[in-house]
Every structure is written in structure tokens, then in C-alpha cells.
Design a protein around this ligand. Structure first.
Ligand code: 4NP
Length: 150
């Protein structure tokens, strides 16, 4: 597998996309795939901040450390820097498409594309408070994403 650069995107970059980044980093570390991973949010409220405490805590119970991650906002340059952008929900995709540089063809997919039967959007645990459920779905989709690259 040649190196693939993947960007996970959600709204705040403090719950779902950093969780996806941490989960896929863990899979890649244990399985040795050549993948560069980052995450970003379409919103600007949390730039520079670590992931949300309950998201860090939920990931920690599964052996995933999110504490070093820091939020940043998506930019048009992300379409040049990454081979694949994976969004947590359909609103993220709509917001991302407003940033796409003219002529750029980088694929933007939904996280649930890699978790058949999971519906459309990864429910936002910042609002649902279901951090375990979000992790379950993100772990399934990250596994499916990695398998799809092989
Ligand atoms: P995320 O969740 O998009 O999964 O990081 C959110 C976290 C914070 C906010 C929105 C979504 N917020 O509006 O502050």
C-alpha cells in the first residue's frame, strides 16, 4: 500500500473526528499500514483546544490516548494535502464542499460509508452524551476504512 493521507472532519474537532483519528492511529500502529492521519473541524470555536474531556475519557478506557491532539479548522488547502477526507455527518460534507478549490477532485466520504447498516451520520456525542455508542460506531467504521484501503 502506498502512503495514504486521510483527514477526518466533524463540526468542533473535539469529539468525533479526534476520536476517529485516535482509533485509526491505533489500528495503523498495531497493523503497520502507511497512512498519515489528521482531523479538523468545520467550526472555529475550539481551535487550539484538546478534545472534549468525556471523549478523552471514553477513548482512554479502550486504550486510546487523545490528550495530545489539538483542534484546528478545515481549510481549502486540506483538499490538496489529503487523498481522502472522511466526514462524520452530511452537514460536514456540505460545509466542506464550500471550501473545495476549483478543479479539485479529492474524494469526500461519510464515515458511515465504511460501516454498512450504520445509517448516515455519526451521532454527535457532544449532544447525545452517548460517547460509548459513538466509539463503537467509529471503531467499526475505522476498521472498514482500513480494510477498504487494502
Ligand atoms: P464534534 O462535536 O463535532 O464531534 O467535535 C461538537 C463539539 C462541540 C460543538 C459542536 C460539536 N460546539 O458547538 O461547541
Amino acid at each position: 500500500m502506498t502512503q495514504t493521507r486521510i483527514l477526518f472532519v466533524c463540526l468542533g474537532n473535539i469529539c468525533r473526528s479526534p476520536t476517529a483519528e485516535g482509533v485509526l492511529r491505533g489500528l495503523v500502529a498495531s497493523e503497520g499500514a502507511d497512512i498519515e492521519i489528521d482531523s479538523a473541524g468545520t467550526g472555529d470555536w475550539h481551535i487550539g483546544k484538546p478534545p472534549y474531556g468525556p471523549a478523552i475519557d471514553a477513548a482512554t478506557t479502550r486504550g486510546i490516548d487523545l490528550s495530545d491532539l489539538r483542534a484546528r479548522q478545515t481549510s481549502p488547502d486540506d483538499f490538496h494535502r489529503f487523498d481522502l477526507i472522511v466526514a462524520m455527518d452530511r452537514q460536514n460534507i456540505a460545509d466542506l464542499e464550500k471550501l473545495r478549490p476549483e478543479g479539485n477532485t479529492t474524494p469526500v466520504r461519510l464515515m458511515t460509508d465504511f460501516a454498512p447498516g450504520a445509517g448516515w451520520d455519526v451521532p454527535d456525542p457532544y449532544y447525545t452524551r452517548d460517547f460509548e455508542g459513538a466509539l463503537d460506531l467509529i471503531e467499526t467504521a475505522a476498521r472498514g476504512l482500513l480494510d477498504s484501503l487494502r
